[in-house]
Structure formats: C-alpha cells, structure tokens
Write a protein of this length. Structure first.
Length: 198
C-alpha cells in the first residue's frame, strides 16, 4: 500500500527526498532562456496547456452550476474540450510511464523512487479521468430524454472539480523531478551533445 505521505490525494508537495537537485536547477531559473534543457522547456509547455485546459473545463462547470449555461450549451462547450483534454493527458502519461520515466531513472538512479512516485500518481490521475469520462457519458445519455439533467450536469462539473487539485499537484511535483534531471543529465531519447553531464 502506498504510504500516505506520498499519496497524491493527500500530499501537499513533493517529498523532500526527491528535491535534492533543486539547488542546481531551481524553479525560479526555469523561465530564463538557456537555463533548462530544450526538452524540459517543451515539457513545461505541455503542462501549461494542461493547466489552461483544466482551467477552462473548471470554469465551464462553475458557469453551469451558476445557471449561466443551459444543458445544450454546456454540452456544446464542455464535450469537445473534455475529449481533447482526456486524450492528450492519457497519451502524455503513457509516454512518460513507458518511455521517459524508466530512461530518466536509469540516468539518475537516486531518483528512481521519485519516478515510481510519479508513476503511482498516474494511476491515481487515471482513476479521476475515468470518473470524468463516466460523468460526461451520463450527462450525454440523459440529454435526449428532455427531462431534468441538472443532476448529471452537476455530477460532471463535480468530477472535473475533483480532478483539479490532484492533477495540478502532480504536474508541479513532476516538474520538480523531471526538469532538473533533464537539464543536468540530458535527454535520454536524444544523442548526448559533447560535454553533456551524464
């Protein structure tokens, strides 16, 4: 069983044991051109998209709950965004868990347990994404009935809201591990340039 201190749904930050590279690659330097590996910058750009998409979905749920959207309007606004979000996030996590995490752990063996933590996060996030998808399907099934679909719409908005904090926690903690390892050890999926630290 996963220790509670490492549980994505309970923890409030990355365990200190996995932050030992932070002094060499602090977050405050990441936005300075040339201070982080190009792959790390791309990783951050992807995460920025996920944060933005999740913010949009959460905002739409809030608008629905406040009565600012009718059922058809909520469906039309939320479903395309939700499909894209779920597809991109599952694909991103699949690449990380099956390719990048093992390769980065091999480059930085002391961080192997940190990558295992991130992999467990993916399992927890997957459960939340399944909940979002099931709630979306329930809302879609209820709409043609012409009856009151507020319970199903509320359930969808709640499933999205429940995903927000854990996913944002995971993205931040993953960055604290991945960005320093990529920057200090290189991208294992690319040929190492001369002079790269491995």
């Amino acid at each position: 069983m996963q220790p509670s201190g490492d549980d994505l749904l309970l923890r409030d930050g990355l365990p200190e044991a996995f932050r030992y590279l932070a002094a060499e690659c602090p977050r405050q330097d990441w936005s300075t051109p040339g201070r982080i590996h190009a792959t790390a910058k791309h990783w951050l750009d992807i995460h920025r998209w996920f944060r933005g998409a999740l913010g949009e979905l959460t905002g739409l749920g809030g608008k629905w709950r406040a009565g600012g959207l009718d059922p058809a309007g909520y469906q039309a606004a939320v479903m395309p965004r939700l499909r894209q979000f779920l597809s991109h996030l599952e694909g991103h996590h699949n690449i990380e868990s099956h390719s990048y995490f093992p390769a980065l752990a091999a480059l930085e063996p002391p961080m192997a347990a940190g990558f295992e933590l991130l992999d467990r996060d993916h399992e927890a996030v997957h459960g939340l994404l399944v909940g979002m998808a099931e709630a979306a399907n329930g809302f879609n099934r209820a709409l043609p009935s012409g009856g009151d679909v507020r319970p199903q719409g509320d359930a969808l908005a709640a499933a999205i809201a429940a995903t927000s904090d854990p996913l944002l926690r995971h993205l931040s903690d993953e960055e604290e591990i991945v960005v320093p390892v990529l920057t200090l050890r290189g991208d294992p999926m690319q040929p190492a340039p001369r002079g790269a630290r491995r």
